[in-house]
Structures are given as structure tokens and as C-alpha cells.
Write a protein that binds this ligand. Structure first.
Ligand SMILES: *[C@@H]1O[C@H](CO)[C@@H](O)[C@H](O)[C@H]1NC(C)=O
Ligand SMILES: *[C@@H]1O[C@H](CO)[C@@H](O)[C@H](O)[C@H]1NC(C)=O
Ligand SMILES: *[C@@H]1O[C@H](CO)[C@@H](O)[C@H](O)[C@H]1NC(C)=O
Length: 190
């Protein structure tokens, strides 16, 4: 009798410690979308102008890596990397209202043509979007009329965002390399 009671106690202790260890190994759980305030997914469109200022004392696009040139890469600058903190404005003029900044890098990722890899966050500073950001990661064949880049995520009001950006060169200054690019962003978010 005493032995079987002891055995029962030991078994119970083992069972409880087994359950506790199962519990403590469980690091993921199901949540309802509503518990995070996620109701209906919306589609938003933003038209903004991206100022790639490479020249002068107020440059916001700085070449941080200049790659070794070979005959094949001389024309495309393959491997060069530029770090940007470019203004995003409502209109195409540099003095137009600032709505955000494009922060990140672009690098020449194509040996045979001008094809950039863009990896950047669009950080908004205007109205209800102030502090929210969108992450853009994609290919930018800068000589094409329209370039499409995926919007892969976001923060703040743009949590769970996805979509695409269309870029069109608005003006390109042949003398100093400065460019203004129109961006149309199509974003699904909550
Ligand atoms: C650079 O920025 C400063 C401060 O905002 C401004 O006074 C100056 O005119 C700018 N220079 C150029 C070349 O845009
Ligand atoms: C690069 O091009 C130059 C001139 O066309 C040529 O003389 C040289 O051999 C080439 N170098 C290589 C590594 O192909
Ligand atoms: C955006 O947010 C920052 C930090 O909270 C604040 O300092 C700034 O005034 C805000 N700007 C606008 C336009 O609301």
C-alpha cells in the first residue's frame, strides 16, 4: 500500500514536470487578428518625389564603395554602393513639402546594364503617417521608363504591408548626376 502510494506520488511529480517542460517549450501561440486590431485590409496609393542628391555640400546620396573595375564592369559600375538619406517630397521641386526620407542603400548589381539593387526604408514624417515606414527591396533598371519594386513590409500604420512601387525618372541632371524620381506606391495594409 505504502509503496504504491509512493509510486503514485512519483508518477504525479514526473507527469507535472513533463507538462511544465512541454509548457515552457511552447514559444508560439495562435492569436486572433482582432487582438492586434487588424480588421479590414486597405489599399493606399502615395505619389511622392525622391531626390537623389549626389552633388554639392548638401548631398544626401554618398558613394560608400567604389568597386574594382574590369573591362566588363567599367560601363555599369558593378559593385559600387551608395548610401542614401534622400528627401521624399510632395511635389517634384526640392523646396516642396517634405513627407519623408528614403534611407538605405543602392548598389549596381548588373554587369551588363544599369540595374540597381535597392534596399531602403521610406520613413514618413507627415500627418498620421509620421514615424511609420515602408521597406522597399527590388531591382531598379534606371534606364527603363517605369521600374517596379516590391514593397516587402512596413512598421507603424504599415504593419503587415505589402505592395509595389513604380519609379519614373522625372528629371536627371547630366552635369552633376542629381535625379528626381517620381514614385507611385500601391500598398495593402490594415
Ligand atoms: C546647403 O544647405 C544649407 C543649409 O540648409 C543652405 O544654406 C545652402 O544654401 C545649401 N547649399 C546648396 C548648394 O544647396
Ligand atoms: C581591357 O581592354 C583593353 C582595351 O580594349 C585591352 O587592351 C585589355 O587587354 C583588356 N583587359 C582584359 C583583362 O580583358
Ligand atoms: C513627427 O513625430 C516627431 C516625433 O514624435 C515629432 O517631433 C514631430 O513634430 C512630428 N512631425 C509632424 C509633422 O507631426
Amino acid at each position: 500500500m505504502a509503496i504504491s502510494r509512493t509510486a503514485t506520488v512519483i508518477l504525479s511529480v514526473l507527469l507535472v514536470s513533463f507538462l511544465v517542460s512541454v509548457e515552457s517549450q511552447q514559444f508560439g501561440r495562435r492569436l486572433s487578428q482582432r487582438s492586434l486590431g487588424l480588421r479590414k485590409e486597405k489599399l493606399s496609393h502615395f505619389r511622392i518625389y525622391f531626390h537623389d542628391i549626389v552633388a554639392g555640400p548638401n548631398a544626401t546620396a554618398i558613394r560608400i564603395v567604389e568597386a574594382t573595375r574590369t573591362n566588363r564592369t567599367a560601363a555599369t559600375g558593378f559593385g559600387d554602393i551608395t548610401m542614401i538619406d534622400n528627401p521624399l517630397t510632395m511635389g517634384p521641386e526640392r523646396t516642396s513639402k517634405l513627407v519623408g526620407r528614403a534611407q538605405g542603400i543602392y548598389t549596381s548589381a548588373s554587369i551588363n546594364e544599369m540595374g540597381l539593387l535597392m534596399a531602403m526604408n521610406y520613413v514618413f514624417v507627415e500627418g498620421k503617417y509620421n514615424g511609420s515606414s515602408l521597406s522597399i527591396l527590388g531591382r531598379n533598371a534606371v534606364m527603363s521608363t517605369v521600374r517596379e519594386m516590391p514593397i516587402v513590409g512596413g512598421s507603424g500604420l504599415f504593419r503587415f504591408a505589402r505592395g509595389y512601387a513604380e519609379a519614373r525618372t522625372h528629371t536627371f541632371n547630366m552635369n552633376n548626376g542629381d535625379a528626381v524620381v517620381e514614385f507611385n506606391l500601391y500598398v495593402l495594409h490594415y
